[in-house]
Design a binder for this molecule. Structure first.
Ligand SMILES: Cc1cc2nc3c(=O)[nH]c(=O)nc-3n(C[C@H](O)[C@H](O)[C@H](O)COP(=O)(O)OP(=O)(O)OC[C@H]3O[C@@H](n4cnc5c(N)ncnc54)[C@H](O)[C@@H]3O)c2cc1C
Length: 376
């Protein structure tokens, strides 16, 4: 068998020489394969009077110009931009990794996403993102990416069921806010009914106004969240397991000097109770063992985020806590042709609008990269 034609649009010529009972026969077959597929296997079955070729198309592997991994505001914005640039993106929107739509699927009202003056429910907003990506012919696979191989090109993207070759890739898998296993804080209990992990997102909600609020943590983000909440709370308590803050000296001093902030040292919340929303917390002193019941309007976890980068298995440069490192002012990662967008590369802002903004940047970055690398 001889292969000729352009590599992107393979055509195959098959010359068969065989014997039947009386003659020697020659036959020539020419066939082409859809550009998205590659001929991987050909089997021949020779019989006395004929040749049957089976599975001539083999096991094809789909090849895409852009594969986007994730399903939050970053991924779907990247998909909208890439699709409108005729890059025919394919999105792995995840399955076991979390609901399609990302972190906003776990929240109620989003009041700070521009364009919705009356606010919009998080899941409804994400439904709009997804529908807009589909409108421009994005293909969506509801499965997780379990591994990638960026050491070869085209890159290999291995989903839970599907294997895809990609000329470029956008990683937008987000980050997960760390939560503690406190009685009353779980989904179906008071999570998102007074228990949350984002002061900037939720702090201005009416249920928190004029109420005592508790921030769990002791690092810089906990202090930032506590200071932010002083605008709304009657008083803010930082609940810290140790007798010293982990925060930088300057941030620690700001918290300790703030008239509305008090640090509860050596303490942990063991139970959160309420009716429709949080009303009380049980606070345990870890030195004395004493448990005290305190009034509470809300509990904010500020113990860090876990970027969803485990599946990358070290193939991109990450920072010390696992965020993808991008070149300043761009979304380019340490691997040419691979961009990152949203919370997975953003330890600082972590907002829906910034995730969407970097999703747009990533689509424009890969488009330019594909052009410059001659992969139009
Ligand atoms: C409770 C809560 C309330 C919030 N409220 C607001 C708010 O009011 N306003 C605001 O601006 N921001 C808010 N935020 C923050 C905002 O949700 C995030 O900044 C934003 O969602 C980040 O978007 P992203 O696209 O980076 O990723 P994410 O939203 O984190 O989505 C990433 C998705 O990618 C998928 N994924 C992960 N790994 C894989 C994999 N291996 N393969 C395939 N898919 C994968 C997962 O399904 C995940 O859900 C809130 C966050 C939380 C937790």
């Amino acid at each position: 068998m001889r292969r000729f034609g352009a590599a992107e649009n393979p055509t195959f010529e098959l010359i068969c020489v065989y014997l039947n009972s009386y003659n020697i026969l020659f036959e020539r077959f020419v066939f082409s394969v859809h550009p998205a597929y590659r001929l991987s296997k050909t089997f021949f079955l020779c019989r006395k009077d004929r040749v049957i070729f089976l599975n001539a198309w083999g096991e094809g592997m789909e090849r895409r110009k852009v594969v986007i991994i994730g399903s939050g505001p970053a991924a779907f914005t990247a998909a909208i931009y890439a699709a409108r640039a005729n890059l025919e993106p394919l999105v792995f929107e995840g399955f076991a990794s979390g609901p399609s739509g990302g972190q906003l699927m776990t929240t109620t009202e989003v009041e700070n996403f521009p364009g919705f003056p009356d606010g919009i429910m998080g899941p409804v907003l994400m439904e709009h993102f997804r529908a807009q990506a589909l409108r421009f012919s994005t293909k969506i696979l509801t499965e997780d990416v379990v591994s990638v191989d960026f050491s070869r090109h085209p890159f290999l993207i291995q989903g839970a069921q599907t294997k895809i070759e990609a000329l470029s890739c956008i990683v937008a898998t987000g980050a997960t806010a760390k939560r503690l296993d406190i009685d009353g804080a779980k989904d179906g209990e008071f999570w998102q009914k007074g228990v949350t992990a984002c002061a900037v997102c939720d702090g201005a909600a009416p249920i928190f106004r004029g109420r005592p609020l508790y921030v769990i943590g002791g690092g810089d983000s906990a202090i930032e969240e506590a200071i932010f909440l002083t605008k709304y709370a009657s008083r803010v308590y930082i609940v810290h397991r140790r007798d010293q803050l982990r925060a930088s000296k300057i941030m620690g001093e700001r918290a300790l000097k703030h008239p509305k902030i008090e640090v509860l040292w050596n303490s942990t919340i063991v139970k959160i109770t309420g009716d429709q929303v949080v009303q009380m917390v049980e606070m345990k002193n870890l030195v004395t063992g004493q448990v005290e019941l305190r009034e509470a309007g809300g509990v904010f976890f500020a113990i860090g985020h876990q970027p969803n980068t485990a599946f990358l298995q070290g193939q991109l440069q990450l920072n010390e806590v696992g965020y993808i490192v991008v070149q300043a002012g761009t979304t380019h990662t340490s691997k040419p042709g691979v961009c990152a967008a949203g919370d997975v590369q953003d330890p600082r802002y972590r907002q829906a609008i910034t995730a969407a903004g970097t999703g747009c940047m990533a689509a424009l970055d890969v488009e330019k990269w594909l052009n410059e690398a001659g992969h139009e």
